[in-house]
Design a protein around this ligand. Structure first.
Ligand SMILES: [Zn+2]
Length: 453
């Protein structure tokens, strides 16, 4: 048996009752939380004991939307709208191979871990040059190396320029090939067991890069395989216009027609939702990955998360791809979620505790895992972020949750996934970050040179 005891820490359990302790303890045995409460910890023979004085323990953060491969293409098209940005980047992404993905995904996951993330969903929709299975293997290996739970959303695009889409034709897949490769990824890798480290989702990219048939067939495939469905939706008004012109309806109506709007699907962004669309998503239980920094970087708008929560929509946070949000820091998205809600609806639109819920149990619900992760409760996975609030950036802030959410990004005293330490005293335990940065710089330079050549 391996046992971990954290004592003398403030605790925000993020359970249904909103339990918090100014000074409490946590015990994890064999990767599962076995005790959480106020006051001193019970003595456990042979346990590793961490003194959490001055720290705040929260559930590990859940990232519900990302494109890790974009870590190798940060800093391109920095002053562009979404469609301009995509058109600029597609030719760069067309050159991506397994070595680029290995460098980018490992670096991106390391950075997520250092920002408090224990479960990461990654939407990868670029499979050029016949590398499909190799790229999936590289994504999985990166997550295994860093030690985070991965929800690999196997993306696809089949609507190239000649079909009225945005991606160049050589970057899209044939519909049958995309579906077969997605089914193969599910069959080979999806682990539905509780505590799973790897799940696969079916994830065609977006309504403007995917045919109606691929959307419909993807929904059928996901239901046949009992896995989740993911895509981008309602990110920009350009997309709404595209749907109105091509399909004669709004994007949510379109997704209803192709069988998507259900409790097993989650949508990235949902910046532009009518009240009626909010109501329909809420009634269906369709989740949303809110990506406030990416929305700000691309200037797409301020998502109305308070209204989504009122409508009963499950909402989690996402950093989105690092090419549209170079910071990629999940801890910072807690503060950005508060700021975005207040920019849109005033000072009472969202409090710090709600942002922490979005980043933890909200994300777990969006990924269908709220019975296993997302809160610090007995029986749940020991995915724990222990934030160090003793430094200059946080010392003296009146409440630890306010310090975490409204203060600068907090360093981690400890981050565990299933009780295994991934970060300790602010340092990644599972890989050498100097080496990861060197590999990332080389991969980025290689792609940049290929573009400039
Ligand atoms: Zn995205």
């Amino acid at each position: 048996m391996t046992a971990l005891v954290i004592e003398h820490a403030a605790i925000a359990a993020v359970d249904a009752a909103g339990t918090e302790h100014r000074q409490g303890h946590l015990v994890a045995e064999n990767g599962v939380i076995t005790a959480v409460g106020a006051g001193p910890a019970p003595r456990i023979e042979g346990a590793q004991v961490i003194d959490g004085a001055g720290c705040l323990a929260t559930p590990g953060l859940v990232n519900t939307h990302h494109h890790l491969y974009q870590w190798a293409t940060r800093g391109h098209a920095t002053d562009h709208s979404l469609f301009e940005w995509l058109v600029d980047l597609y030719p760069v992404w067309a050159r991506i191979g397994p070595a680029h993905v290995a460098s980018a995904n490992t670096a991106g996951l390391a950075w997520l871990a250092l920002s408090g993330c224990t479960t990461a969903a990654d939407h990868h929709y670029i499979y050029p040059n016949g590398h499909a299975a190799d790229l999936v293997d590289a994504q999985i290996e990166a997550a295994r190396r860093i030690g985070l739970r991965l929800h690999l959303a196997r993306g696809s695009m089949d609507r190239g320029v000649s079909d009225g889409g945005l991606p160049p034709d050589h970057l899209v897949e044939e519909i049958d090939a995309a579906l077969a490769a997605t089914a193969e990824a599910v069959d080979r890798h999806h682990d539905p067991a509780p505590g799973s480290m790897l799940r696969i989702a079916v994830a065609p990219c977006s309504p403007f890069s995917v045919s109606t048939d691929l959307l419909r067939e993807s929904a059928a495939l996901a239901r046949d395989k009992h896995v989740r469905l993911h895509t981008h939706l309602c990110e920009t008004l350009d997309e709404a216009e595209f749907c109105a012109q091509v399909h004669g309806c709004d994007p949510v109506e379109y997704m209803e027609k192709v069988g998507w709007i259900d409790a097993d699907a989650w949508l990235a962004h949902a910046v532009h939702l009518s009240p009626d669309a909010q109501r329909r998503l809420g009634a269906a239980g369709t989740g949303v990955a809110h990506c406030p920094s990416s929305n700000a970087r691309l200037g797409t708008g301020l998502a109305d998360v308070p209204a989504m929560l009122d409508a009963g929509i499950p909402v989690g946070l996402g950093v989105d791809g690092a090419a549209s949000q170079e910071a990629g820091h999940l801890g910072e998205e807690l503060r950005q979620a508060v700021y975005t809600a207040r920019q849109r609806k005033g000072p009472h639109a969202m409090d710090a505790r709600t942002a922490l819920r979005l980043g933890t149990i909200g994300g777990a619900r969006v990924l269908g895992r709220d019975a296993e992760i997302g809160s610090l409760e007995t029986g749940k996975q020991a995915d724990i972020a222990l934030w160090d609030l003793t430094g200059l950036g946080h010392a003296g802030i009146a409440h630890p949750v306010a310090a975490l959410v409204l203060g600068p990004p907090a360093p981690l005293r400890l981050l565990t996934v299933a009780g295994r330490p991934v970060v300790e005293r602010g340092e990644l335990r599972t890989a050498d970050t100097t080496e990861l940065a060197r590999d990332l710089a080389a991969a980025s330079a290689n792609l940049r040179e290929a573009r400039d050549a």
